[in-house]
Design a protein around this ligand. Structure first.
Ligand code: CAO
Length: 438
């Protein structure tokens, strides 16, 4: 046993060759000829083998370092003297094609990750090499440098690819097959994609009569959008119940005036108005996460998307500048966009530019639901049906009209405490509309 330095042998006419992979870590046991690092020149990729069998003590290079002949790579507690240092061997190789050379080599026999019995102590030492050690060092995937390069260029983790070559070696077609599988899944929409196992395909007719109906164009489009939002955004939904007794009294008092102008004034417009007010106080909720995930794009305008149920499916037209409009104007606009939505007459402009969304099932029923954030927005408010409930006022139960609210938000942007504060402020505003004047 002796500590030996491993240096970069002569690899041909390559200077300052970048390290693209470090395949070993201190404590790893390597056999002579096991790969230690991968270098990538502009012409070829080369794995540099260990000239000794033994235990790696120090790794002296890292990814992106550039190496020249003689540079230190690692220190190893060698079990035997190298019979022929790699340097001498590599001199025999034509300098131009190290990668091809590696490809032509017959598949190396799979070496056990653990040391052979004769060198292993009865009880393994704490730092004894394990399959995990080798795997974490990236050496477990058995593939030629060109296949590794191919996989790296396409962002494929070879750890997830099953090799069909000799001794389980990963071939280029295995990498291509893995990509194909992912792409096929992604294209299917309802089934799988992004590595998610697809739902089982079942022949339902074996259990009884069935009818297969095509989904509407809107359902197909909104389905894709909802899946994308659901899969990309870590959702949190929190619930509240808001006392809207006074709001309802006010709404009823305005109703005759509204009806005279042909306007139907529902609780939703007050919710839109209150939301616009609270969004000013919580600008992070009126924002979108930049695609790189590094910045928050806060919008200074408040355009609220309103989910509308249509015979062909769900659409979300946008009511613009809600903070600058009164409840009459908002009612008129809401009636207009929901009528056009149901008639299929919305334009692209009607459907774009939203900063936050509302989905109201209040006119239909239900006590609560969890809305899906209309990404790349950050939050959405779900509104359920208000109902009279006995509420304890400190001395007695009194009948109050309670409105169930559900706030879903992107937890990457909004912390739970901020979400709770947003909801409490919204609730306070709906309970006492005088808050809108503050
Ligand atoms: N609690 C109790 N009553 C409510 C209410 C609530 N939260 N919200 C509305 N109502 C009442 C209204 O006051 C109205 O009653 P009156 O005619 O007596 O005044 C009645 O319910 C019907 O209201 P509406 O639904 O026609 O009008 P709206 O302004 O509340 O909603 C719109 C408009 C377009 C949002 C709604 O018609 C709609 O399409 N909702 C479905 C949205 C949806 O599908 N969301 C789910 C998306 S996730 O799959």
């Amino acid at each position: 046993m002796a500590t030996k330095s491993i240096t970069l042998p002569d690899i041909g006419n390559y200077d300052n060759t970048p390290v693209i992979e470090v395949l070993v870590s201190p404590g790893d046991r390597v056999e002579k000829e096991d790969s230690l690092i991968t270098l990538e020149s502009d012409k070829a990729t080369m794995e540099i083998p260990s000239p000794y069998t033994g235990e790696i003590k120090k790794v002296l290079v890292k990814v992106d370092d550039t190496l020249n002949q003689g540079d230190l790579i690692a220190e190893i507690e060698a079990e035997e003297e190298a019979e022929a240092p790699a340097e001498e061997k590599s001199e025999e190789q034509p300098a131009e094609a190290p990668a091809e050379k590696a490809e032509e080599k017959p598949a190396e026999p799979e070496k056990p990750a653990a040391a052979p019995e004769k060198t292993e102590p009865a009880a393994p030492a704490a730092n004894a090499p394990t399959p995990v050690n080798r795997q974490s060092a990236g050496a477990k995937s058995h593939a030629s440098p060109s296949v590794r390069l191919f996989a790296r260029k396409l962002g494929v983790d070879l750890g997830n690819v099953t090799g069909t070559g000799p001794k389980g070696r990963i071939l280029q077609e295995d990498v291509e097959g893995a990509i194909k599988k992912v792409m096929e899944g992604a294209g299917k929409g309802a089934a799988g994609g992004a590595g998610i196992p697809p739902l089982p395909e079942i022949d339902f007719s074996q259990f009884g009569e069935i009818e297969e109906k095509p989904l509407s164009r809107i359902k197909k489009l909104s389905g894709k959008h909802l899946s994308t939002a659901w899969l990309n955004i870590p959702h949190v939904t929190q619930f509240d119940e808001t006392d809207i007794t006074e709001l309802e009294a006010f709404r009823k008092s305005l109703k005759p005036r509204a009806e005279k102008s042909g306007i139907k004034m529902t609780p939703l417009v007050f919710i839109l108005k209150a939301l616009a007010h609270v969004l000013r106080e919580f600008p992070n909720m009126n924002a979108s996460l930049a695609p790189d995930g590094e910045n928050l794009i806060v919008k200074k305008y408040i355009n609220l998307g309103v989910a509308v149920d249509t015979p062909n499916g769900l659409v979300v037209p946008v009511v613009r500048d809600v903070d600058q409009k009164g409840v009459f104007e908002l009612s008129e606009e809401l009636m207009d966009i929901s009528a056009r939505a149901r008639d299929g007459k919305l334009t692209g402009a009607d459907l774009s530019g939203g900063t936050f969304s509302v989905s109201s099932l209040g006119g239909i029923g239900g006590t609560q639901f969890t809305p899906i954030v209309n990404g790349p927005e950050v939050g959405i408010l779900g509104v359920s049906k208000a109902s009279m409930q006995p509420v304890w006022n400190g001395s007695e139960f009194v009948p109050r009209l309670m409105l169930p609210l559900a706030l879903s938000y992107d937890h990457r942007v909004i912390d739970g405490a901020e979400g709770a504060r947003f909801m409490t402020t919204l609730s306070r505003t709906l309970t006492d509309l005088r808050e809108l004047m503050l």
